[in-house]
Design a protein. Structure first.
Ligand SMILES: [Zn+2]
Length: 437
């Protein structure tokens, strides 16, 4: 029988650690028997896996990068082709897409992962879940939601991406209670409802599981996007974070204080640029070791996502680690006047200023080889010189440093933000030498 609330999520942290270490030993044993990539890695680095018994011992192992996974892709596969069921590629937001293959066991693990993640967000077997994202195109997410809802015993409506009209037809026809959606798409649904006299307050939707975009800032308050949705449509918003490579989700509970870790599915480390563990207060790169994966397990895989993490017990009673919103990609990390900044924190500052209409962050390498930040922005009304000074003071208060500011006419800024092929305005341009090479 499927248990939607596994005991391990409420156990003492020491029990969780011991539980994970037992699974880690099994995983290393499996890799040394079945993974060509890790067999080579162990022998090249003269690693005796018997010496890896604890989470701390993981430090003795080299990390696996996205480049490793792309370059030696086939060597990561641990099973014969007959065992592979689902063929997937990563969405390739950074670099080329990478292939991943899942066995029946992996699909079962994925279903379990999503079912317990839905449970964290308060979903039940009696819910009807409407999926507003793609289920095909070699993506993993859609199939995960479908399998998870099925495992939980909930109903599911596979509408797919876009099509506000069909989304509303499904909402009115089948009366779903939960939407899985990219938060900015919710704004489109709200817009459609308003134009077509659909009463949002009377809809059956109770909550949205928000994917792909943050709805909160690092203090877990709703950000501008989250507030905008809630203002128009007073439904509950839950954030979830996942990636194809980890095949595991971190979903918020009703207290909205970070995505809950599932210790039976994944080991998480937070590393700095030199692959050293960061302090509990510091943001670090989410680095994962999958547990229970049969097709393509990963050991100390660096996701490129930078997050804060929280180890204190959650008000929901779960003792598992919680993950804050992704504050940036490692490649977007900016070293500015001795401070490390991610675009996320700059967005947060700019989004909070009422006068700003639109903006673009440009990062470049200056003549001494360090990073420079220039923010080009347009304002809703003409502003005087005091505005720039106040904005810089605001930056210093929030980020300790102030970037250069250039105020442009709305039309001028728009022409830079909107290249012919683009669908979304560009908010971040990386002109650094390293980024280009
Ligand atoms: Zn919680």
């Amino acid at each position: 029988m499927f248990n939607p609330r596994p005991e391990i999520e409420y156990a003492d942290t020491i029990v969780i650690k011991e539980f994970q270490e037992k699974k880690l030993v099994e995983m290393l044993d499996y890799l040394s028997n079945s993974s060509r990539y890790y067999q080579t890695l162990f022998s090249k680095n003269q690693i005796d896996i018997k010496e890896i018994q604890s989470i701390e011992d993981l430090k003795k192992l080299p990390v696996t990068t996205k480049e490793d996974l792309a370059t030696y892709n086939q060597d990561f596969v641990c099973v014969h082709q007959e065992k592979i069921i689902d063929y997937i590629t990563t969405s390739g937001t950074v670099g080329n897409p990478v292939s991943l293959m899942m066995t029946d066991i992996d699909l079962e693990r994925l279903a379990y992962n999503e079912a317990i993640s839905f449970t964290v967000a308060g979903c039940k077997a009696s819910d009807i879940i409407q999926l507003t994202t793609t289920i095909d195109k070699r993506f993993m997410a859609g199939i995960a939601y479908f399998l998870g809802a099925k495992k939980m015993g909930a109903g599911i409506i596979r509408v797919g991406a876009g099509m506000p009209e069909l989304q509303w037809d499904s909402i009115l026809r089948f009366k779903p209670t939960v939407l899985i959606a990219v938060p900015s798409f919710i704004l489109k649904l709200i817009d459609y409802a308003k134009k077509n006299n659909i009463d949002l307050k009377k809809s059956t939707i109770k909550k949205v599981i928000c994917i792909g975009e943050p709805i909160r800032n690092i203090n877990f308050e709703f950000n501008t996007l989250g507030l905008k949705i809630r203002e128009e449509w007073p439904i509950d918003l839950y954030s979830t974070y996942a990636s194809t490579e980890m095949a595991t989700a971190f979903t918020e509970c009703e207290h909205g204080a970070g995505g809950h870790h599932h210790p039976e599915l994944i080991i998480v480390e937070f590393l700095d640029e030199n692959d050293q563990t960061v302090g509990d207060e510091e943001p670090g790169e989410v680095t994962i070791t999958t547990l229970g994966v049969e097709g393509m397990p990963l050991l100390r895989y660096k996701t490129g996502d930078i997050c804060h993490h929280y180890n204190d017990k959650c008000a929901c009673g779960r003792t598992t680690m919680r993950l804050g919103p992704v504050i940036g990609r490692k490649k977007q990390m900016i070293k500015y006047k001795g401070t490390t900044i991610f675009p996320f924190s700059i967005h947060e500052v700019l989004n909070s200023i009422e006068e700003i209409e639109s903006y673009l962050i440009e990062v470049s390498t200056n003549e001494i080889g360090t990073d420079d930040i220039l923010i080009k922005l347009s304002t809703k009304k003409p502003v005087d010189s005091k505005f720039e000074k106040e904005l810089k003071d605001h930056f210093r208060a929030k980020l300790r440093v102030a970037p250069s500011i250039l105020i442009l006419e709305k039309a001028v800024l728009q022409s830079i933000q909107m290249p012919e092929s683009g669908r979304k305005p560009i908010l971040f341009i990386d002109n650094r030498i390293e980024a280009i090479s």
